[in-house]
Design a binder for this molecule. Structure first.
Ligand code: NOJ
Length: 555
C-alpha cells in the first residue's frame, strides 16, 4: 500500500525511501481507546470517530492491537478466528470502514499478527484435541509425558507455570508459552505455514498496510531441545512468509522480538534479506528488570546504560537495517512514569522523552495517550487489575513468599494494566471514554490530564509531538542521518549528534529534576534557534539546563 509520496522517487521505489521510514506509528489498544456503544469497552467505530484527531497529530499508520474473534483470556492475543471481528469491537463492515476512512486520511492500518499461538477455542485446536489422527493435530506441539524437572523441555510459560498442559480429551500434553488457553502453533508443519500465509494475503488484499508480528522470534522454537527464542528455522520461516505474502506489496512489517540484539537484528531487517521492515527490541526495557523477579522488581533507570543501549542499536542498524523507536506499548508502563517524572515535571519530562526518541534514526511509535503524557494507573489493590499476567504472578509470587505489599509495588510500576486504563479524552465522566461502566478503571488524574486540555495548550505534550512529527517529515537528516552519542557517561544529560552530508543536528536533553550545567569538555558550542520552540538557545560549557530541558539545534 502506498500511503506517502515518499515511497516513490523518480518512479523508482527504493527501500531507502520506503513510506514507513518517514511515517510515525501509533498503537491503539482497542478495548481502551474510545467506546461508541457505551458497553464500557472501546470499539472500532470509536476508533473511526477519532481518526481526525490522529490525522491532526500527523501519524502515518495505526498498529491495531487484536480485534479478531477471541475469548479474551489475553485481551485478544488469543485468537479463535483470524478472519472474524470480535463482536465487542464491532463487525467486519466496521473494520472495512476503518481501513477506508483511515486511508482517506493517508493513515495505514497495521494488523496485529498473532501466529505464535491461537486460542484453545480456535477450530484447529478443537479439531486437534478431539482426534489424535486429525490433520490439525500436528498444527500444535504434543508430547505424551510432562517433561522431567531440569530436562531441556521443562520450560516455564511467560504467564507462570509449566509450558506443558495436559489435554484431558486426548491424554497428551500440549505446549504453550503463554496461558494454557493459548496453545503454540507448530511452525515445522508446512500446511500450517501455508494457512498463515493465506490469511495474511486475505488481510493484505483487504487493504491493510502491514502487520505487527506478535512474539515472532518464538516461531522457530524447538521445545524438546529447550530452544524457545531465535530457533534455527526462524529466519527461514520469515523469508518464506515474506515471499508468500509481502513480495511486490508496499507493506510495513514489524516483528516483536524480545531476544533481538544489535548483533542479530540486521538478520531481520537488512533490506537484502527480505524478512521484516524492522523489529521491536527490548534491551532498553529488560536491562532494568531484576535478575530473579524480573519486571515485578524493577531497577531505577541508569541513563548511561540506557544511552549506551540506544547508541548500540542506532549504530548497528544504520545502513544495515532499520530501527523501531518506542518507549511504551500495551505491555509496558507509561513512558513518563517509567523514564520521566509523573509529578511536577510531567509535561516537560514527557516532552523531553519524545524529543530523544523522535530525533533518532528509525520509525517512532506512539502508544495511545503518550502524546498527552498519560501516567501509570496507580492501582493499590489486586482487585483493580484485569491482566492475566498480573493476576497469575500475584498468586505465584505470594505462594513463593513475596509480601503482598512488595508485589503490589512491583505491579504499580510494571503491570501491563498501567498502559491499559482508558484513554483520557476530556474531563467528562469516565474521561469521555465511555458513558457506560469502563472495563478497567480510568486513571483518577483525568480531570487535569486529558486530550481536551492538553491539545489546547501550545506548550503541552500533544503540540510538541505534532512538531516532532512534522520535523521528521521535513528533514532527511532526522530520517537518515547517522548518530553519535556525546557525554556517554554523564548521569543525566542525553546529548547526541545526527549528521547527513554537510548537515548536522545537535540534540541536548536534561533528564533530571535538577538544573544541570553542560560540562567543559565534550560538547560543541552551538548557538541558534531551537527547532521545536523557535527560541534562541546557546549550548556551551557551563550553560545551565533547566530540569527536563530539551533542545534540537542545527550545528
Ligand atoms: C506479546 C503481546 O504484546 C502481549 O500482550 C501478549 O500477551 C503476548 N505477546 C502473547 O500473545
Amino acid at each position: 500500500m502506498s500511503i506517502s509520496p515518499a515511497s516513490s522517487h523518480a518512479g523508482i521505489v527504493t527501500r531507502d525511501m520506503a513510506w514507513w521510514q518517514s511515517a510515525i506509528g501509533y498503537q491503539i489498544y482497542p478495548a481502551s481507546f474510545a467506546d461508541s456503544n457505551d458497553d464500557g469497552i472501546g470499539d472500532i467505530p470509536g476508533i473511526i470517530g477519532k481518526l481526525d484527531y490522529l490525522a491532526e497529530l500527523g501519524i502515518g499508520f495505526i498498529w491495531l492491537s487484536p480485534v479478531y474473534a477471541s475469548p479474551m483470556v489475553d485481551n485478544g492475543y488469543d485468537i479463535s478466528d483470524y478472519r472474524a471481528i470480535n463482536p465487542i469491537f464491532g463487525t467486519m463492515a466496521d473494520m472495512d470502514r476503518l481501513i477506508a476512512e483511515a486511508r482517506a486520511r493517508k493513515i495505514g492500518i497495521v494488523m496485529d499478527l498473532v501466529v505464535n499461538h491461537t486460542s484453545d477455542q480456535h477450530p484447529w485446536f478443537r479439531a486437534a484435541r478431539s482426534d489424535r489422527h486429525s490433520p490439525y493435530r500436528d498444527y500444535y506441539i504434543w508430547r505424551d509425558q510432562p517433561p522431567a524437572k531440569g530436562t531441556p523441555a521443562d520450560i516455564e510459560a511467560s504467564f507462570g507455570g509449566s509450558a506443558w498442559s495436559l489435554d484431558p480429551q486426548s491424554g497428551e500434553y500440549y505446549f504453550h508459552l503463554f496461558a494454557p488457553q493459548q496453545p503454540d502453533l507448530n511452525w515445522a508443519n508446512p500446511a500450517l505455514r501455508a494457512e498463515v500465509h493465506a490469511m495474511m494475503n486475505w488481510w493484505l488484499d483487504k487493504g491493510v498496510a502491514g502487520f505487527r508480528m506478535d512474539v515472532i522470534d518464538l516461531i522457530g522454537k524447538q521445545p524438546e531441545a529447550g530452544i524457545v527464542a531465535d530457533g534455527p528455522e526462524l529466519h527461514h520461516y520469515l523469508r518464506e512468509m515474506h515471499e508468500a505474502t509481502l513480495t511486490g506489496r508496499d507493506a510495513v512489517t514489524v516483528g516483536e522480538a524480545w531476544s533481538a540484539t544489535p548483533t542479530n537484528a540486521p538478520l531481520y531487517s537488512a533490506p537484502e534479506r527480505q524478512e521484516v521492515s524492522m523489529v521491536f527490541q527490548f534491551g532498553h526495557v529488560t536491562q532494568f528488570w531484576d535478575e530473579k523477579l524480573g519486571k515485578w522488581k524493577p531497577k531505577s533507570i541508569d541513563w548511561p546504560r540506557l544511552k549506551a543501549t540506544f547508541a548500540a542499536w542506532q549504530q548497528a542498524l544504520h545502513g544495515k537495517g532499520w530501527n523501531s523507536l518506542f518507549w511504551g506499548n500495551h505491555d509496558l508502563p507509561r513512558a513518563v512514569s517509567r523514564y520521566g517524572d509523573e509529578g511536577e515535571y510531567r509535561v516537560t519530562s514527557a516532552k523531553a522523552l519524545a524529543t530523544i526518541l523522535h530525533l533518532m534514526e528509525g520509525t517512532p511509535y506512539i502508544y495511545q495517550g503518550e502524546e498527552i503524557g498519560m501516567t501509570n494507573a496507580g492501582f493499590t489493590s489486586i482487585e483493580q487489575y484485569r491482566d492475566v499476567e498480573t493476576i497469575n504472578f500475584h498468586r505465584i509470587q505470594l505462594a513463593q513468599g513475596v509480601a503482598e505489599a512488595d508485589f503490589l509495588a512491583g505491579a504499580r510500576a510494571n503491570s501491563r494494566d498501567n498502559a491499559r486504563t482508558p484513554m483520557q479524552w476530556s474531563a467528562a465522566p469516565h474521561a469521555g471514554f465511555t458513558r457506560g461502566q469502563p472495563w478497567i478503571a480510568v486513571n483518577e488524574n483525568f480531570l487535569r490530564l486529558n486530550v481536551e486540555l492538553d491539545r489546547a495548550d501550545t506548550d503541552g505534550v500533544f503540540q510538541h509531538y505534532r512538531r516532532l512529527i512534522a520535523l521528521r517529515r521535513e528533514n532527511a537528516l532526522i530520517r537518515h542521518g547517522d548518530f553519535r552519542l556525546l557525554l556517554a557517561d554523564h548521569p543525566c544529560l542525553i546529548i547526541f549528534e545526527r549528521r547527513l552530508g554537510a548537515e548536522c543536528l545537535l540534540v541536548v536533553v536534561n533528564m533530571s529534576r535538577q538544573e544541570t550545567a553542560i560540562p567543559t569538555m565534550g560538547v560543541p558550542s552551538v548557538q541558534g534557534r531551537d527547532l521545536l520552540t523557535g527560541k534562541q538557545v546557546s549550548i556551551k560549557a557551563g550553560a545551565k539546563l533547566k530540569p527536563y530541558a530539551a533542545f534540537a539545534l542545527r550545528c
